[in-house]
Design a protein around this ligand. Structure first.
Ligand code: NAD
Ligand code: ZN
Length: 353
């Protein structure tokens, strides 16, 4: 069995107070508990959720001080005494759902994200913006050894979440889905998963650069929310007969697009809320919702089987969403760009720099 030398200290980005910024500093390396593994994180994607966590955007407290991050891919370097199905040297990933009790009614039904005892990586427990992170053995994602760890990292939150959201939309091959926030991290993966699932996509985001980007990822149409004079009409016009898309994946980080979605979704269609803008409410006209038989639902990451399936799409070469690798030390600048909506696709941090 492989042996690893584990240092006492490591580099990490630590949020010391709500509002940030993260501080790049050395902190101790933790030891895994009996049911845990210690993972040498090589790469971690940066999700907008990490920014919400730092800013205290949601009605759920974070741990503080906090090491954020929940899209981390790396190598198992130590494990607890109860872990018998993971070997040192295995490649694994830490995802948003760090742990769940596996005993409650929700866990039994495969709804692990709904477990009342769920551990949230980079939110209620320390996450992947550090070189060595702890993961619950039952929940770490298994990553085949031949996969590029930087490229697979964004699958661990963005990929799993949009794949699950597309399934929740109920859309089937040959049908249209609108991807709102298509040029961002989740959006870029959503375009790729949708294509691999045989769905046609209408990408919605802002600016010409994001339009070209979305088209290059397989979007059938692009609607620019910054220039469109009638977004509802434009989205409908992108579907045969102007009936609107069967499904809508709301990945945007502002409230406005949530209200528009029920207007352009096809009658009997499904609006899936995934993005979580701070303090946002969902408003839809009751009359239209009834007589057009519209379903509005939420979708929250995915379970262990969704994880396995999302990684399998990647292993088969069907998911090639562009990403940019930068040093972990640059996290504050990534957050600034993200706040300004200037990131195209996903940023991935290299924890060795
Ligand atoms: P991101 O910043 O990479 O992308 C957001 C995109 O939305 C940007 O491209 C931006 O230009 C676009 N946008 C902003 N306003 C818009 C508008 N009015 N219309 C269309 N597009 C608009 O963020 P991300 O990492 O992809 O995360 C998106 C959201 O999803 C965040 O709120 C995050 O917390 C949430 N999220 C939810 C889950 C879940 O399980 N439900 C999982 C992961 C992330
Ligand atoms: Zn995320």
């Amino acid at each position: 069995m492989a042996q690893f030398e584990i240092p006492q200290e490591q580099w990490a980005q630590v949020v010391e107070k709500t509002g940030g910024p993260p501080v790049y500093k050395k902190i101790p390396v933790q030891k895994p508990g009996p049911d845990e593994v210690l993972i040498n994180i090589k790469y971690s994607g940066v999700c907008h959720t990490d920014l919400h966590a730092m800013n205290g955007d949601w009605p759920l407290d974070t741990k503080m001080p906090l090491v954020g991050g929940h899209e981390g891919a790396g190598v198992v370097v130590a494990k607890g005494s109860l872990v018998d199905n993971i070997e040192l040297g295995d490649h694994v990933g830490i995802k948003w759902l760090g742990g769940s009790c596996l005993n409650c009614e929700f866990c039994m039904e495969g709804d692990e994200p709904l477990c009342p005892h769920a551990l949230l990586s980079g939110y209620t427990v320390d996450g992947t913006f550090q070189q060595y992170a702890i993961g619950k053995a039952a929940h770490v994602a298994r990553i085949p050894k031949d996969l590029d760890l930087a490229a697979v990292a964004p699958v661990l939150c963005a990929g799993i979440t949009v794949y699950k959201g597309l399934k929740e939309s109920g859309a089937r091959a040959g049908q249209y889905v609108a991807i709102v926030g298509a040029g961002g991290g989740l959006g870029s993966l959503a375009l790729q998963y949708a294509k691999a699932m045989g769905l046609h996509t209408i990408a919605i985001d802002g600016g010409a650069a994001k339009g070209e980007f979305c088209k290059s990822l397989g979007a059938s149409a692009y609607v620019d929310f910054t220039t469109s004079k009638d977004l509802v009409a434009d989205v409908r016009a992108a579907t045969p007969g102007n009936v609107g898309p069967r499904g809508v994946l709301l990945l945007a980080v502002s409230e406005g697009p949530f209200h528009q979605a029920t207007e352009y979704v096809r009658s009997h269609g499904v609006v899936v809320c995934i993005g979580m803008p701070a303090g946002a409410y969902f408003k839809a006209p009751v009359f239209d919702t009834v007589v057009r038989m519209i379903t509005v639902k939420g979708s929250y990451v995915g379970n262990r089987l969704d994880t396995l399936e999302a990684i399998e799409f990647f292993r088969l070469g069907l998911i090639k969403a562009p990403f940019e690798v930068v040093p972990l030390s640059t996290l504050p600048e990534i957050f600034e760009k993200m706040e300004a909506g200037k990131i195209v696709g996903r940023m991935v941090v290299d924890t060795s720099k």
